[in-house]
Design a binder for this molecule. Structure first.
Ligand code: ZN
Ligand code: ZN
Length: 344
C-alpha cells in the first residue's frame, strides 16, 4: 500500500509533563489560531516565580502537559477569524492577564482584572516557553518600537505589577515611598517610584544591594538586618506607601509600624504564611494593608510606554529555550539579577 507523508510544521516547546516533573524540550505541531485569537512567534519569555504553580501543580485544574510562561514578547504571525485590530507583523506581548470573558459581573462593571473567568497563560492554556503561542486578542499588549523583546517581557508581569501598585498607592510626588526587597520586583519598583517623583527608601537584607538601589533611584537604603526598618522609616517622617515585594510575611509584618498617617502597605510579594498586625497598629494612624494583583493589558501598555519615556528597564539574565530547566532553577534559587528571560 502506498503511503504519503505530509510535512508538518513543528516547533520547540519547554513543557511540564505533570505536577512536580522536570521540563522537557519537545517538538510539537505549530498551533493554529482559532476565532478571536492570534498566533505569536515568540521572541522572548520571562521566567516568573509564579510559573512555580504550573511546575509544581499547585494551581487547581491545570491540564498537563502544560507550557508555562506569562511574560511573552513576540510578533503576530497569523490571526484567526474575527480579528481586525491586530495585524501580522505587529509586535505584541502577553502577560498574566491572558483573557477575560466580557460577560461576568466584574467584566460588565469594567473591572476586567477581577474577571471571574480570568485566563492565565501557562496555566489556563499554553504560555510562552515555546516558539509559537496562541492567545486571545483581549490579552494582547502592543510593544513600543524602542523596547527590545527581552526588556519588554519582564515588564508584562513584574513591571506592570509594581508600576500599577505604585500608581494606585495614593502617594503623591515628593512623598516618602519605601520599596521592600531589591529583587525581581523590587529593582523595578525602585525605578518606577523614583520616576514617579517619590522620595524612595529601598529596604533590603544586608548591605550588598545598597549601591545598586541608590543607582536605581533610591534616596535612602535601609539594611533591615542591621537596622529596625520601621523605626528608620519613622525617622524619615513615616512612609506614605510601602511596596512589599519580598515574599516574606515576617518582613512585611515588621514594616507596618513604618507607615505614616494614612499610609498604605501594598503587598505584591507572594507568601503563604500570615502577615501579623494588631488592630491598634492599623487604627492609630488610619493605616491600610492592601494586596495588588498585576493589571490589564491596557495597564501593561501604560507600563511599557512609561518605561520607554523614562528609561526604566528590567535587569535580566537570558537563557535559550532549550535550557528552560536551568533558567527556571536559576530563578527559583533567588540568585538571578534580576529577571530571567528565555530567548527563542
Ligand atoms: Zn509573573
Ligand atoms: Zn469576566
Amino acid at each position: 500500500m502506498a503511503t504519503t507523508s505530509v510535512a508538518v510544521a513543528t516547533m520547540k516547546t519547554a513543557e511540564i509533563p505533570g505536577p512536580g516533573a522536570d521540563f522537557q524540550i519537545v517538538e510539537r505541531r505549530i498551533p493554529e489560531p482559532g476565532p478571536g485569537q492570534v498566533r505569536i512567534k515568540v521572541q522572548a519569555c520571562g521566567v516568573c516565580h509564579s510559573d512555580a504553580v504550573t511546575k509544581e501543580g499547585s494551581w487547581p485544574g491545570i491540564q498537563y502537559p502544560r507550557v508555562p510562561g506569562h511574560e511573552v514578547a513576540g510578533i503576530i504571525d497569523d490571526a484567526g477569524t474575527g480579528v481586525s485590530e491586530w495585524k501580522s507583523g505587529q509586535r505584541v506581548g502577553v502577560g498574566w492577564h491572558g483573557g477575560h470573558d466580557n460577560t461576568c459581573r466584574e467584566c460588565r462593571r469594567g473591572d476586567f482584572r477581577s474577571c471571574r473567568n480570568l485566563k492565565i497563560p501557562g496555566i489556563s492554556y499554553d504560555g510562552g516557553y515555546e516558539q509559537y503561542m496562541v492567545a486571545p486578542v483581549e490579552a494582547l499588549v502592543a510593544i513600543p518600537e524602542t523596547l527590545s523583546d527581552v526588556e519588554a517581557a519582564p515588564l508584562l508581569c513584574a513591571g506592570v505589577t509594581t508600576y500599577n501598585a505604585l500608581r494606585h498607592s495614593g502617594a503623591l510626588p515628593g512623598d516618602l515611598v519605601a520599596v521592600q526587597g531589591i529583587g525581581g520586583l523590587g529593582h523595578l519598583g525602585v525605578q518606577f517610584a523614583n520616576k514617579f517623583g517619590y522620595r524612595v527608601a529601598a529596604i533590603g537584607r544586608g548591605s550588598e544591594n545598597a549601591s545598586l538601589a541608590m543607582k536605581l533611584g533610591a534616596s535612602v537604603y535601609i539594611d533591615s538586618q542591621s537596622t529596625n526598618a520601621a523605626e528608620a522609616l519613622q525617622e524619615l517622617g513615616g512612609a506614605q506607601a510601602i511596596l512589599a515585594t519580598a515574599p516574606s510575611s515576617k518582613a512585611m509584618s515588621e514594616l507596618v509600624d513604618g507607615l505614616g498617617p494614612n499610609g498604605k502597605l501594598i503587598v505584591v510579594g507572594v507568601a503563604f504564611d500570615p502577615i501579623q498586625v494588631t488592630p491598634i497598629q492599623l487604627i492609630s494612624r488610619s493605616r491600610t494593608i492592601q494586596g495588588w494583583d498585576t493589571g490589564t493589558p491596557a495597564d501593561s501598555e501604560d507600563t511599557l510606554r512609561f518605561a520607554e519615556l523614562t528609561g526604566a528597564r528590567p535587569m535580566i539574565e537570558t537563557y535559550p529555550l532549550e535550557r528552560a530547566g536551568e533558567a527556571y532553577a536559576r530563578m527559583i534559587s533567588g540568585q538571578a539579577r534580576f529577571r530571567v528571560v528565555l530567548t527563542m
